[in-house]
Write a protein that binds this ligand. Structure first.
Ligand SMILES: [Zn+2]
Length: 387
């Protein structure tokens, strides 16, 4: 686990990440089910756009999150309980149904919760039923280059029926990344390598959206966006460098990739030609931080904790939640002036958006929510959740 955290740190903790993303680094968001299953999907597609996933699962019947190695469930996003129906269990040891070992992520596919319970040179993928029962191993994949004692590590995510694994060597002067994927419906232990990189061009922060693997490629002079189409095997690279993307999310809709870079603006990229443009420039000292997308809106929390406030990067009067359409047009805001704590995006559902409190990183559960039907009406309110 420690190595994975190091891996994570190296990838994302540039200074601005520390400033804006730190409070939510360990609370990253959900996932989705875009698989073509005949079985009725229980999962909405609404949280598939986050760049780092695995903290939240959103289903039509409730929500799941990971709290200190145990999976918690909530039917409404407000009260959370260990995912364990054993009345004699104290939910505090490895025998509890909600226990997922060292896994730092949970994902849903085909009514199963997937997790990675250990850290070893071989990647072990487990799953369990939605009620916490029937834990079992489903995959064991060896990536060849992995040797944790030699400084390798991996990051992974699931979207639809795809498992995506990023293999990384993170030692100084020996950087290497390889991006792999495989189908969860495939019972073999094989994974396909999409792209590899070394010190001259390093692909990283890979994520599957629909049938595309979206990656960033660090190379001399800047970073580009790479898109790999799983169905066709075709790869497209952005025609220009993307500046300042610090995490958060991106979305693909109608063959356009949408992306926000802190203090730069709202980018759009044609996923067929790679043409990359800034659709709307960011407002200085206001539009800083990371943006998270759901199927309709983009959410920016530009003040995520008291430390960020003390740096005075964001104009004091402009601290708050800002909600945009995909083109970067501002639809609504909520000022943090009269709010206790620092709301930070957690996950989005059909009708609500939940936020954690960036001042309280020991509490993974949401502390606030808004109702989407009030966005743009001048009646949008941030509700407190009393836990
Ligand atoms: Zn239990």
């Amino acid at each position: 686990m420690k190595k994975q955290i190091h891996f994570f740190l190296l990838h994302f903790f540039k200074i601005h990440i520390i400033l804006f993303l730190f409070p939510i680094c360990f609370f990253f968001n959900g996932c989705s089910n875009i698989g073509q299953e005949t079985q009725q999907p229980v999962h909405s597609t609404i949280n598939q756009y986050q760049s780092i996933q695995g903290q939240w699962i959103v289903t039509d019947d409730g929500y799941y999150t990971l709290n200190n190695h145990y999976v918690y469930y909530s039917s409404n996003g407000e009260e959370w309980y260990p995912l364990c129906s054993n009345i004699e269990c104290n939910h505090n040891d490895e025998h509890c149904n909600s226990f997922v070992g060292l896994s730092t992520k949970i994902f849903l596919y085909n009514n199963q919760i997937y997790y990675q319970p250990d850290s070893s040179d071989t990647f072990h993928l487990y799953c369990m039923n939605l009620d916490g029962s029937n834990h079992r191993k489903v995959k064991e994949i060896s990536f060849g280059t992995i040797d944790l004692s030699q400084g390798y590590g991996y990051s992974w995510s699931i979207n639809g029926n795809y498992l995506l694994v990023e293999v990384s060597r993170y030692e100084e002067n020996a950087k290497y990344n390889g991006i792999y994927y495989c189908s969860l419906n495939d019972t073999t232990s094989k994974a396909t390598c999409v792209v590899e990189g070394n010190t001259t061009a390093i692909p990283y922060m890979a994520k599957i959206v629909h049938d595309s693997i979206v990656m960033f490629s660090k190379k001399e002079g800047g970073e580009t966006i790479l898109l790999y189409d799983i169905k066709s095997g075709k790869q497209v690279e952005s025609t220009s460098f993307v500046t300042g993307f610090e995490g958060g999310g991106f979305a693909i809709k109608n063959d356009i990739l949408y992306l926000f870079s802190s203090d730069i603006g709202f980018y759009q990229m044609d996923i067929h030609t790679g043409e990359l443009t800034i659709e709307k420039e960011a407002q200085n000292r206001v539009e800083l931080g990371v943006v998270f997308y759901d199927d309709t809106y983009a959410y920016l929390c530009n003040s995520t904790n008291t430390y960020v406030d003390s740096l005075n990067l964001v104009e004091n009067s402009m601290r708050g939640l800002r909600i945009y359409d995909y083109d970067g047009n501002l639809l609504d805001t909520i000022s943090y002036d009269s709010i206790t704590g620092h709301p930070t995006f957690a996950f989005s559902t059909e009708d609500k958006v939940f936020f954690t409190n960036g001042d309280d990183i020991t509490n993974v559960f949401p502390s606030y929510y808004i109702e989407k039907k009030y966005i743009g009406t001048n009646n949008l309110i941030l509700h407190n959740i009393n836990q």
